[in-house]
Design a protein around this ligand. Sequence first.
Ligand code: NI
Length: 188
Amino acid sequence: MPVLPIVRLGHPALRTPAEPVVPARVVERAFQRLIDDMVETMRAAEGVGLAAPQVGFGLQLFVYEALDAEDPARGIPAIPLRAVINPMVEPLPGELVYDWEGCLSIPDLRGLVPRHPAVRVRGLDRGGGALDYVARGFEARIVQHEFDHLNGVVFLDRMRDLQSLAFYDEWERFLAESGAGARSAPPE
Ligand code: NI
């Protein structure tokens, strides 16, 4: 399975709303291959999520997965692999939570982003079946980040204050252990 090139900020694919996938096409070989390639690409880039526009496909599809961190003290829970097609994401009640995010299409930068603590996700899985589940915490953050990509939105647009925007090396040196969240902020 090939690793696909990830487009970076400035590429129009990141600013164009993605098209819904025709449900009957989900199980077609070409679409299944795209999902496999996206998973491979996400893992190769050591990210926790990847949306189709990030690899130049204007389709409503994202994948995500978080493995156990090497350092469990960093507190990243293991989140099983999911592929989500034609998603609807509905915020559940709760105060916004600020935590660090990065993005594979905005390499090296980290920033504090407010997100809903839990969301209801509806859509299709890679078998074409209906998905309806609640994502909470870090998984809810990933889902909101990837769903934004399907609407031409990146995490920078969601930041309330650009003062926390930092390059990774400086973030690690000065910010990682201070303020909200001490998470390693893997890119999405
Ligand atoms: Ni991203």
